[in-house]
Design a protein around this ligand. Structure first.
Ligand code: BTN
Length: 251
């Protein structure tokens, strides 16, 4: 019910054998004002998992990790809330590294191994009185699932050829995210931004994109402080992108 070796995350772990969405359960805890920072909600069977842009996140029961971390990031200004996405993404990449995998971040906060997605995150901030009152960081990591049908995804088991202990992977990830969070709270904002940028997928590469219906080739060059993606086109102009304006053509 709890993990040690962390500063903030996982002092309390709420395990539910089955639930609709761990982000929704976490939101109820926020609503009831009944949570300590760092509480984690985890389930084996998420029946209505939510993804970014209103998509679904489906996960085979008992095979993967689906959990949400509750935070109260008081010192983070609303204008810089993208730092929370960056922090979680860095934690995930570091945790996966410890498990032997070299991962990259597909903007804004998907985690990829090569050209396949292994982990998705859904960050939901609630803003109150000019500050971020709470952050729910929902994480879905493919661990032991071997078949993804037509979806371009991968898992720890597919990449390593062995079955993993969910508990062990969970702890490694929480410890790594906790470390990244402590750096954020210590004010190491520049380090967070540069670690994130270093891991961005599509840097120093030319990739095909569709931007507002128009096909183009471009290179990822970074993100703004607000979390918009910066793309440099082959003609040399730099475009600032919103999530809904952009489509990656090789997905
Ligand atoms: C995405 O890739 O679009 C984000 C997927 C996020 C899935 C996780 S699983 C745990 C948490 N609960 C949810 O309903 N969604 C997130």
């Amino acid at each position: 019910n709890s993990i040690s070796n962390t500063g903030i995350i996982g002092k309390k772990v709420v395990y539910l054998p089955s639930c609709h969405s761990t982000n929704d359960i976490a939101a109820e805890l926020v609503h009831q004002k009944a949570f300590e920072e760092g509480t984690v909600v985890i389930t084996d069977n998420q029946t209505g998992g939510r993804g970014q842009r209103g998509t679904n996140w489906s996960s085979v029961t008992g095979m993967n990790l689906t959990f949400s971390i509750l935070l109260k990031p008081k010192g983070v200004p609303i204008m810089e809330q993208f730092l929370l996405s960056q922090t979680v993404a860095i934690g995930l990449v570091t945790g996966l590294k410890e498990l032997g995998l070299v991962a990259t971040i597909k903007w804004p906060n998907d985690i990829y191994i090569g050209d396949r997605k292994i982990c998705g995150t859904l960050i939901e901030n609630s803003i109150q009185g000019g500050g971020i009152a709470s952050t729910i960081a929902g994480i879905g990591l493919n661990v032991n699932q071997l078949d993804f049908g037509a979806i371009r995804a991968t898992s720890l088991a597919l990449l390593s050829g062995k079955k993993w202990s969910l508990q062990q992977v969970f702890e490694v990830l929480l410890i790594a995210i906790d470390k990244a969070l402590l750096r954020l709270y210590a004010g190491e904002v520049d380090a967070i931004r540069s670690l994130y940028r270093d891991k961005l997928l599509g840097m120093n590469e030319i990739r095909g994109f569709k931007v507002q219906g128009q096909l183009m080739q471009a290179t990822v060059v970074g993100v703004t402080a607000q979390g918009r993606l910066l793309l440099r086109t082959l003609q040399g102009s730099v475009l600032e992108m919103d999530l809904k304006e952009l489509q990656w053509l090789w997905e």
